[in-house]
Design a protein around this ligand. Sequence first.
Ligand code: AMP
Length: 198
Amino acid sequence: MRLVILGGPGSGKSTQARQLCHHLGIVEISSGNILRRAIASQTDLGQKAQPYVEKGELVPDEILIEFMRQRLLQPDTAKGWVLEGYPRTAFQAEELDFLLEDLNQQLDWAIYLTVPESVMMTRSVARSQNYAKDSTTSAKSRLDDHPEIVPRRIELFHERTVPILEYYDYRQKLLTINGDQPPEQVQQNILHKLELEN
Ligand code: AMP
């Protein structure tokens, strides 16, 4: 199964993606994690991406598209995947479709986790406070979770990512799930909808 998981900051995308991958035995590909790892090890990609990630801005499409292309060509993706945090712009969504066409593959569903903006805000700020309490190096590298950049991340979600919903809806690939519920309930709702649609 090939899935994309969409939602604003704090919508529960990564929690749901992880559980779905575990359940379906497929790989999770998180653009945010890829970028954070690249920044921590200061690879070429990391150096290019760092100024954007630190400010909560989107990394330019060309950089991400090429990187995701490489990632989706790896052999561990053969059984399927859940993409988390990608695509985030209409251009990335189109490029993903072109890439899948090249690979003779098809996206099954785009799962959209809806949560009110107030929930995005409180969850994201709570997450940044938890990271601040934790003094390990990996936690410190969550520069993108500083409370002061949360409003910008929410703004970008509305401006750049919401238009993708229409793109998938038009292609009859969109499954909308209420993300403002306990995580186990959200997961059950996703699995239920996937079964119904198959
Ligand atoms: P995330 O953990 O998914 O919220 O991503 C953290 C940060 O990485 C974002 O605030 C962006 O700066 C960057 N990022 C992640 N995915 C993308 C993407 N698909 N396009 C552009 N920038 C991205």
